[in-house]
Write a protein that binds this ligand. Structure first.
Ligand code: UFG
Length: 330
């Protein structure tokens, strides 16, 4: 049985779907502060899924999960806050939840003898790129509390390995995009800050805001490496296999080796929707690096992971999910 914290959220729910489709038993632990019970109900149709509502800030909540379920083999840990701008305004929230909450999880794991974890880390741990594509040897110098909180957890996991034998794989995501290819689940944030859903949601009254057209890139807008959420889920399955096969603690980028500009994404969205999307060009958004692209050689070598979906697939699946989400909201 696999324990997935934050399994009612965007990336976590896609991993849960992938695990259930492979016949794995899953327990989701989620506070539902940002995750959605509707997503859990949808997932339950596809396999043996237990849901526990709880908060990692309460040690007893997470201890209770291990106390009742003696057959947890490994943990995949998504539960965290992940908005960069919010983390700058309210660092306490990020350090307390993302770091202290993880400590409670790790301590419960150690108490109950579970020593394998796949952790949702981020390209934000690298900070301002010194070169691109970014490989795993790039210095980790986060420039915001969100990135700091994830890097702290990475370091804690190393120390727990040395002292207690915790085996972790830290997956450093670049820009996660898209939805389940059958539109059963998808991205559901409120407020939404990410590029693709914001382009797709734009209306005449609420135009899409393009932040910054004066970057030193091929068309002046920021370059990002958009990695499909189903491909990302697959990488977590491979990381679990790696740990089950005796793999040592490791840290791996998840991206495509390729980047797209904001303008390219915008144009691709217009083509897929088949309409002109209302656009407002705005000043730069604070803290956005010009270009973030992953070197994904290590993921290919260590996990045998090869992304299958391109940017158009991400936009198409996100668009189909937007329609479903529109129905859920009404
Ligand atoms: N953008 C817009 N308009 C929008 C939303 C985004 O122009 O409405 C632009 C941004 O300025 C940026 C690009 O689209 O240039 C991508 O922005 P996202 O907000 O979709 O993603 P980020 O690259 O800012 O953030 C992602 C993850 C974070 C992670 C970060 C690492 O969502 O969790 O990468 O730097 F921390």
């Amino acid at each position: 049985m696999i324990l997935v914290t934050g399994g009612a959220g965007y990336v976590g729910s896609h991993l849960v779907m992938a695990l259930l489709e492979r016949g794995k038993d899953v327990i989701v632990f989620d506070s539902l502060e940002l995750g959605h019970i509707e997503i859990i109900e949808r997932l339950k149709k596809y396999g043996n899924l237990k849901f526990v509502q709880g908060n990692l800030m309460n040690l007893d909540d997470i201890r209770g999960v291990f106390l009742v379920n003696k057959n947890i083999e490994a943990v995949v840990h998504f539960a965290a806050y992940s908005q960069v701008a919010e983390s700058v305004k309210n660092p306490q929230k990020y350090y307390y939840n993302n770091v202290y909450g993880t400590l409670n999880l790790l301590n419960a794991m150690m108490e109950f003898g579970v020593n394998k974890i796949v952790f949702s880390s981020t390209a934000a741990t690298y900070g301002e790129p010194e070169y691109t594509p970014i490989d795993e040897n790039h210095p980790q110098k986060p420039i915001n509390p969100y990135g700091n909180s994830k890097l702290m957890v990475e370091k804690i996991m190393d120390d727990y390995d040395k002292a207690y034998g915790l085996k972790s794989v830290r997956l450093r995501y670049f820009n996660v995009a898209g939805a389940d290819s059958e539109a059963r689940i998808g991205e559901w944030h409120n407020p939404e800050t990410h590029l693709i859903p914001n382009v797709l949601k734009a209306t005449a009254d609420k135009k899409f805001k393009m932040f910054g057209t004066d970057y030193n890139t091929k068309d002046g807008t920021c370059v990002r490496d958009y990695i499909n959420v189903e491909d990302l889920a697959k990488a977590h399955i491979l990381a679990l296999d790696y740990l089950n096969n005796g793999g040592d603690t490791n840290y791996i980028n998840l991206g495509t080796n390729d980047g797209n500009t904001v303008k390219e994404v915008f144009t691709a969205c217009e083509e897929i929707k088949g309409v002109e999307i209302p656009l407002e060009v705005c000043p730069r958004r604070g803290g956005d690096p010009a270009s973030l692209v992953a070197d994904n050689k290590k993921a290919r070598e260590v996990l045998g992971w090869i992304p299958q979906h391109d940017l158009d697939d991400c936009i198409k699946s996100a668009y189909e999910w937007e329609k479903v989400l529109g129905q859920i909201m009404h």
